[in-house]
Write a protein that binds this ligand. Sequence first.
Ligand SMILES: Nc1ncnc2c1ncn2[C@@H]1O[C@H](COP(=O)(O)OP(=O)(O)O)[C@@H](O)[C@H]1O
Ligand SMILES: [Mg+2]
Length: 171
Amino acid sequence: MKYGGGAYLAVCTLFAYYYHMTQRVSHSLEETAQIAHEWLEAVSKAPATGATVVGLSGHLGAGKTAFTKCIAQELGITEDVTSPTFVIMKIYPVDLSKGFPWKKLVHIDAYRLEQGRELAAIDFEKYAADACNLILIEWPENVKEMVEGIEAYKEIKFSVGEKDTERVVGF
Ligand SMILES: Nc1ncnc2c1ncn2[C@@H]1O[C@H](COP(=O)(O)OP(=O)(O)O)[C@@H](O)[C@H]1O
Ligand SMILES: [Mg+2]
């Protein structure tokens, strides 16, 4: 790599500052869980007319699925959350006693998709219209024609930090 990890992190931090993004560095899965907790608290207070649709972008191993697992835990989902790379979409019922505004967590992995319209085959638009859904999409760049049209679409950017156990989360 041409630049060291420190320089890369500095560039990312400047970028985040410029675009009013929050950038957090996690040094462990526990810290990632804490970041997921805080993000969820904030986003659950933002009213949405349809589903809350969030793209998780970043390279393989950057922590998109790990973050999704943390979100699932916060939502009281006890089922094991694994990457839906082959089935594309998995839906988990949220524990309503946790007090979040959603009834379902919809986890989509668009890694194997090439165009947004391929999401039509899994009824994406129906799920996206329903305010009871929190939809997390890995590899959103593969389906950007579909997600960009969503009014309150958000993105979280993941990258590997300087150490093996370091992950940078930007939102
Ligand atoms: N601080 C950290 N936060 C999240 N994951 C971490 C962290 N440190 C190491 N990891 C590991 O990084 C890997 C991330 O993999 P995964 O979430 O499947 O990536 P992706 O879905 O982006 O391809 C996991 O094996 C996880 O245990
Ligand atoms: Mg993944």
